[in-house]
Ligand binder design. Structure first.
Ligand code: BJ8
Length: 425
């Protein structure tokens, strides 16, 4: 990190020793996994910089914005509409949940058999190591899976300003009505927090900013259809992860710069791996920073990941919000329409996700699918069985993997994944 931010972290109430230890682990993992890759696009250097400053310069920027009266809103789920947050001149940030931390303390609050993502969000709070969480003026939870629902009851005692959004579990008219009333309730909450009434122009602008981020990722995803793949799955995942942290306009520019470089690479047939490399679709639970274990195992075992069917990936960004209507209510309807299409496994039934996986297999000329379920994640582990059935019916090889954030199973996973990739060749 280029500056000393200890005073800033101390002012936020972080445990400085624990936080230094976390940053050491993060930078070592980043060095081992990212900086050791071959044939990376040069424009990924921006993302290397973002990662080196993820708890430094970016936090300073947010705190500077706060001093000028801008509010920070933290979230754990892609159902929280960034459009509404931006329209009220606030900033939405994805909160830390991709690494184990303070596990013993966490298990005093949550059962051991809770998924690693939920435990991680508690670990970052209890270990006092997340500057994003400590900077947030409002933390938004959501009633999605049972684990999160119940965990927010407990988190409420640990986090000031926790706000819980109720979400539908069925894609019915009733379900849409619930989403609508919850998005209006959220709009009012954000307006009260910021003291700003959301206008048509502001909401339109918010929609355009978020759509531009999504369009840049769509452009990147389209370029990954090429063979040889011009970018590794690890680098593409990183851009999807940074989507939740960075200044939105700067993020869009940076992703478009990568795309410009990748277009040149494709013209010159430059890839990160040879053309014959098996192409993998990763499908399942979201992967927050620094959860790079599984993609790293896959790409160091002779395959390339060409798409992520995940909330940190295509499930999170795939639809745009219509900005061509002209009142706040019409724009709110457009937002509700867009988010109601998200095919999270919390929905029952959830045929859209199965169809989307099949579409992605075709679009990215995928040789095999690896389904990633976090241990104890009921929705995605349960849904991995219908996913397997539908793919097998279409003669698409699939490997179901259940894991957590620890490195203990790396050897075992590598053996299984190498055998799967061998079968695809
Ligand atoms: S929209 S996927 S971001 S809820 S891994 S906590 S489901 S037990 S993260 Fe998610 Fe929103 Fe859905 Fe996406 Fe529960 Fe599973 Fe843990 Fe999970």
């Amino acid at each position: 990190m280029s500056q000393d931010y200890h005073q800033m972290w101390s002012d936020l109430g972080l445990d400085l020793d624990a936080h230094d230890a976390l940053l050491d682990v993060l930078s070592k993992a980043y060095g081992d996994i990212y900086l050791s890759q071959n044939h990376r696009p040069e424009t990924m250097q921006y993302f290397d910089f973002v990662m080196s400053e993820v708890h430094g310069l970016r936090i300073k920027e947010l705190l500077d914005e706060k001093e000028q009266g801008r509010k920070i809103i933290g979230s754990y789920c892609v159902f929280v509409p960034e459009e509404i947050v931006l329209a009220a001149n606030a900033t939405l940030i994805g909160l830390c949940s991709g690494a184990d931390f303070a596990t013993e303390e966490v298990e005093q609050f949550l059962p051991r058999n809770t998924c690693a993502l939920i435990k991680s969000s508690f670990g970052f709070k209890l270990g006092k190591v997340c500057p994003y969480l400590e900077s947030a003026d409002l933390v938004v939870g959501e009633n999605t899976c049972d684990g999160k629902k119940k965990a927010y009851e407990t988190l409420n005692d640990l986090v000031k300003n926790l706000y819980v959004m109720d979400l539908p579990q069925v894609k019915s008219n009733q379900g849409r009505k619930l989403l609508k009333s919850e998005y209006y309730r959220f709009k009012t909450e954000v307006e009260n927090l910021t003291g700003k009434t959301i206008t048509t122009d502001a909401l339109k602008k918010g929609i355009q900013i978020v759509n531009n981020k999504r369009k840049a990722i769509h452009r990147l995803s389209n370029l990954r259809r090429s063979n040889p793949s011009p970018i590794s799955g690890l680098d593409a995942l990183l851009t999807n992860q940074v989507f939740f942290y960075d200044n939105p306009e700067r993020f869009t520019d940076s992703v478009n710069k990568i795309c410009d470089e990748l277009e040149q690479r494709i013209k010159q047939k430059i890839g990160v791996f040879p053309e014959s490399t098996p192409r993998i679709l990763l499908s399942g639970c979201p992967m927050a920073v620094p959860n790079w274990k599984l993609p790293w195992i896959i790409e160091s075992s002779g395959a390339v990941i060409v798409g992520e069917e995940s909330c940190v990936g295509e499930r999170g960004v795939r639809n745009l919000t219509n900005d061509s209507v002209n009142t706040v209510d019409e724009l709110m309807e457009a937002i509700i329409d867009r988010y109601f299409k998200i095919d999270c496994a919390l929905f029952t039934p959830n045929p859209d996700r199965l169809n989307h996986i099949k579409e992605m297999v075709e679009a990215y000329t995928v040789d095999g699918v690896i389904h990633y379920g976090l241990q104890f994640c009921q929705p995605y582990i349960m849904e991995s069985i219908p996913v397997e059935k539908v793919l097998e019916k279409n003669s698409i090889p699939i490997l179901r993997v259940e894991t957590d954030y620890s490195m203990e199973d790396v050897g075992q996973l590598k053996t299984r994944i190498e055998a799967f990739i061998e079968q695809l060749k």
